[in-house]
Write a protein that binds this ligand. Structure first.
Ligand SMILES: Nc1ncnc2c1ncn2[C@@H]1O[C@H](COP(=O)(O)OP(=O)(O)OP(=O)(O)O)[C@@H](O)[C@H]1O
Length: 265
């Protein structure tokens, strides 16, 4: 499975550097979190990886693919899917319809294909439905499958958003604050799903999350951004003991003995 490499990426908007010389690696099958205070550049980095922004300088690769100038649909075709902070779902459509639509958009076959290769198109259609049903089972959405997404509890909608990304059969999943706005029970469920995605499906995960308790619990590796620069990286233990991280979160210089965990962002 390919690794993601972000190499010396700088992203500039007008005079502002949203990212300055940021490098990171996401090894196969690992959960890598990106944390940092508000405005640190986390979403900008995710936007660069997923093709919504292109780095001003630097390079991003996924296996043999260069993502630095790739459009979002091309990045998706390389096996990278993203679940969005603000849900990208059709609220009037049911869970099944949303997932089928996402899978169709990804695995498009033309009208001509459908006419000439009718058998192939209908077989593909049956496979799509079976695939979507497996994702529904995996994300425990059976009870909601025919409900319009807009009528579901917020925590369930976030789960559908992750399911939508999974229908693209990714090898790397980008999760932008998947637990924002959730209660404790919903967060525990989401943590379990993220761990299952990693362990059972072998999918690598890049996670942006403000709940540092969750981040410390489930990450293999953490990168810390502040004002667009990488200020620390390492295991949860290393990062939570790093004085630069504690200072970035608390604003207290040299507060080396204050616990970073639960500092909030
Ligand atoms: N499209 C844009 N145009 C101009 N500035 C932008 C744009 N996108 C992001 N920025 C700026 O880049 C900086 C980093 O923003 P970004 O949203 O990446 O931070 P973040 O760490 O994700 O913050 P948060 O935790 O609040 O979501 C901010 O100063 C932001 O205002």
């Amino acid at each position: 499975m390919p690794q993601l490499h972000v190499e010396h990426v700088t992203l500039t908007f007008g005079g502002l550097n949203a990212l300055t010389d940021v490098s990171l690696v996401v090894p196969e099958g690992e959960i890598v979190s990106i944390i940092g205070p508000n405005g640190a550049g986390k979403t900008s980095l995710l936007n660069c990886i997923s093709g919504f922004y292109h780095p001003t300088r630097g390079r991003i690769t996924f296996g043999e693919h260069d993502l630095s100038r790739a459009a979002p649909n091309v990045v998706t075709s390389y096996g990278i899917a993203r679940a969005f902070q603000n849900l990208e779902l059709f609220r009037g459509l049911s869970v099944v319809e949303n997932l089928l639509l996402a899978r169709h958009t990804h695995l498009r076959y033309s009208l001509l294909d459908s006419l000439i290769f009718y058998g192939r198109a209908s077989r593909q259609e049956a496979e799509n439905r079976a695939y979507v049903e497996r994702i529904i089972d995996f994300m425990e959405l059976e009870a909601h499958r025919h409900h319009p997404v807009g009528t579901l509890a917020y925590g369930v909608q976030k789960r559908v958003e992750v399911a939508r990304a999974l229908t693209l059969a990714p090898r790397l999943l980008l999760l932008d604050e998947p637990m924002a706005g959730m209660n404790v029970e919903e967060k525990e469920d989401m943590v379990r799903f993220i761990l299952d995605i990693q362990r059972e499906q072998g999918i690598s995960v890049v996670l942006i999350e403000h709940d540092l308790g969750v981040v410390m619990d489930i990450s293999d590796r953490i990168y810390v951004l502040d004002f667009g620069q990488k200020i620390a990286e390492g295991t949860p233990q290393q990062v939570s003991a790093d004085p630069r991280v504690i200072e970035a979160y608390t604003g207290v210089p040299g507060a080396a003995h204050a616990p970073a965990q639960g500092a909030g962002a």
